[in-house]
Design a protein around this ligand. Structure first.
Ligand code: ZN
Length: 407
């Protein structure tokens, strides 16, 4: 928390971005100089830096060449956290314009979307968050159809194409009822109204574009349920263009890969997915057939009732199927071990007629493979992080089963 001294001297910081969000450089006097979480911090008499509030992140930039790492609002004061201390009394500040303009595009676009949701679906905006990648609005509606979503998006973009003026003015609290605000104001006293000419009226302290045309394309990406409402991800301006470029490139690459037109990409992908599913099914059936032959061969070569091996070129599924094929062909026990990516696996199977309970092996073998497992009396699967002692584990299992079979 802050440990500002001399709070009694708290002087409101003049917010230069209120009058001109396009102002990038400014001069100011240091009013207070303190530490904030052991970070040097300054309060100035005036600033272009927007402090984090109302869902909009703070501006980036420098003060006398030193990086501003965060900007906070404390009552009427704005606190600038610096990367390192500066000693000058008079400073020159500079905000990072590309970031500011990006925020202006996203934030102004939010006003358009919020009013479009309200106008078309009576959906009220419950919260707004301007993120690094995309931004979100939470709207008080339970569901939305695709065509309604498109109508909202279209309405917001119509207002962009009409290039309406975005006006900012202050109205005393007593007169605010004359303004058709979308939402009641949270602040008292003089209320800052942001009006998208004749379309949207909001009480807002953020930074906005001069005209809607500067916002650029407004694109909703997706929606998700949150509490009983819907939250929409959206992009405006440069961000929407960047996203379009990315998706366009992916689509073109896919079309080239499949040697089809962009319109045919989706059906091509669908076909590949369904072909791959049926191939996998076929392959599985063939593997199972092969396993049956393999099982017969293993049984014919087996010198005793207990068959044990460390399998090198089988998947776990193949090994399991092979073990089951063997124990179903006679009164046999199979002890298989596998090493996969430095992990050890055991597959232990016994014909049901033998009345063994292989689960008794789990506590005996667990320490050797540093793992665990379980299953039924006639089939136990184990997995562990240790693959060094698989031979030893098989020895132990072998001795155990041999004793049991003798009994
Ligand atoms: Zn705003």
């Amino acid at each position: 928390m802050s440990d500002f001294r001399g709070r009694s001297a708290a002087v409101p910081t003049k917010r230069l971005y209120f009058d001109d969000p396009y102002q990038v450089e400014f001069e100011a006097k240091v009013v207070q100089r303190e530490a904030h979480d052991s970070q040097p911090a300054l309060v100035l008499d005036q600033t272009c830096f927007y402090p984090e509030s109302g869902g909009q992140p703070s501006d980036k930039g420098t003060i006398n060449g030193v990086k501003v790492i965060d900007v906070l609002e404390e009552g009427e004061r704005i606190i600038h956290l610096l990367e390192e201390d500066i000693t000058e009394q008079e400073i020159k500040g500079k905000i990072d314009w590309p970031t500011r303009f990006d925020y202006m595009q996203q934030h102004s676009g939010q006003h358009l979307l919020s009013q479009s949701f309200y106008e078309l679906l009576e959906g009220e905006t419950l919260s707004f968050h301007l993120g690094d990648e995309s931004s979100t609005v939470e709207i008080g509606i339970r569901e939305i159809h695709e065509e309604d979503l498109e109508k909202v998006e279209k309405r917001a973009n119509e207002i962009v194409f009409q290039d309406r003026e975005i006006k900012v003015y202050f109205v005393p609290e007593a007169k605010i009822k004359d303004i058709p605000l979308r939402k009641p104001p949270q602040k008292k006293g003089m209320i800052r109204v942001v009006e998208v000419a004749g379309f949207d009226y909001s009480a807002c302290g953020g930074t906005h574009c001069r005209r809607t045309g500067e916002i650029g394309t407004v694109k909703i990406l997706r929606s998700e349920r949150i509490r009983n409402n819907l939250r929409f991800d959206f992009l405006c301006g440069h961000r929407a263009l960047k996203d379009y470029r990315l998706k366009d490139r992916i689509l073109r690459q896919l079309a080239a890969q499949f040697t089809v037109s962009e319109q045919e990409v989706f059906s091509s992908v669908e076909k590949v997915v369904s072909d791959s599913k049926s191939q996998k099914k076929k392959l599985r059936k063939m593997q199972q057939k092969i396993a049956l032959y393999e099982a017969q061969e293993i049984i014919s070569k087996a010198k005793e009732q207990i068959i044990r091996d460390i399998l090198v070129d089988k998947t776990l599924e193949e090994a399991k199927f092979l073990a089951l094929s063997i124990i179903r062909s006679g009164e046999l026990v199979v002890l298989y071990a596998l090493k996969k990516e430095e992990r050890g696996y055991l597959i232990l199977a016994a014909s049901e007629n033998l009345n063994l309970d292989l689960r008794e092996l789990v506590p005996l073998l667990s320490p050797l493979i540093k793992g665990k497992g379980g299953g039924s009396p006639s089939l136990v699967e184990m997995a562990g992080e240790e693959a060094e002692n698989l031979e030893q584990a098989l020895d132990k299992a072998y001795e155990f089963v041999k004793q049991k079979l003798k009994a």
